[in-house]
Design a protein around this ligand. Structure first.
Ligand code: DGL
Length: 260
């Protein structure tokens, strides 16, 4: 049993989609969320820089006494989780694009994957797609620009609509029946994606699986908070707190600004 908090970080507000799943599955856990929005997007950055940023975020979560860290960012996971695991003595949970279920269930044998350049070019993604999707057509699309629009508060803008439309068109032409969301910012686009994709295309992400894995790892390490009291969630950003409030749809939410 441990009352220490679960630490969660992302390049910005995207990992809130993961925080939501963790909070729903493990409501008695305290959580500390870090949005490194000042350094967003991570996607176009090189591996070394992504590792530096992931280490910086982890150090801060350790200072805040977290018992486990969820890397709520596909780009940081696919580039930095090996380094984090070999450097620190706490459990890390990562997130990767859900290419396996999409490839296994696809009937048209064509799946689309929308992720950042950093994720699509990583060795980890290459390995996973090679193992599970070598016999199907995978239409990869770098979601360049999407994170910038979300981080600047333009989630449901005309620019976003046009950008998404251009990214989805080649996938629709290739007759995909699954779209994998390979970036934690993208679940917030769900209403637009549903509108722009044909009805039969299923949209999947890894958020729920990450929450289940967090539960399993806490349990295995005897770190679950078994108290009956509802947990406390703290949010920290080095960017604009308003963007986080609007993503959580809570204008009164306490978001702490911290320079990190
Ligand atoms: N949420 C991050 C991810 O899952 C966004 C990456 C970025 O900042 O470009 O990949």
């Amino acid at each position: 049993m441990s009352k220490q908090a679960i630490g969660i970080f992302d390049s910005g507000v995207g990992g809130i989609s993961i925080w939501r799943e963790i909070n729903a599955l493990l409501p008695t856990e305290d959580t500390i969320y870090l949005a490194d929005s000042r350094n967003a997007p991570y996607g176009p950055k090189g591996k070394e820089r992504i590792i530096e940023l992931a280490v910086k975020n982890t150090e801060l979560l350790l200072q805040k006494n977290c018992k486990l860290v969820v890397v709520a960012c596909n780009t940081a996971t696919t580039n930095a989780i090996e380094t984090l695991r070999s450097t620190y003595d706490i459990p890390f949970i990562g997130i990767e694009p859900a290419i396996k279920p999409a490839a296994l269930n696809s009937k048209t044998k064509a799946v689309g994957i929308l992720a950042t350049k950093g994720t699509l070019s990583s060795a980890l993604f290459f390995k996973t797609s090679h193992i599970f999707a070598s016999d199907i057509k995978v239409i990869e699309q770098d979601g360049d620009g999407i994170v910038n629009l979300i981080e600047s508060g333009r989630l449901f803008s005309e620019e976003m609509r046009a950008l998404l439309k251009s990214y989805l068109e080649p996938m629709i032409k290739a007759n995909i029946d699954y779209l994998v969301l390979g970036c934690t910012h993208y679940p917030f686009l769900m209403p637009l994606l549903i509108e722009l994709l044909p009805k039969h295309v299923k949209i999947i992400d890894s958020g729920e699986a990450v929450a289940r894995q967090t539960n399993a790892v806490l349990k295995h390490n005897d770190l679950l908070n078994t108290s009956a009291k509802k947990g406390v969630s703290e949010f920290f950003t080095n960017g604009n707190p308003e963007v986080m409030r609007s993503i959580l749809n809570d204008p009164k939410l306490k978001v702490n600004y911290q320079d990190f």
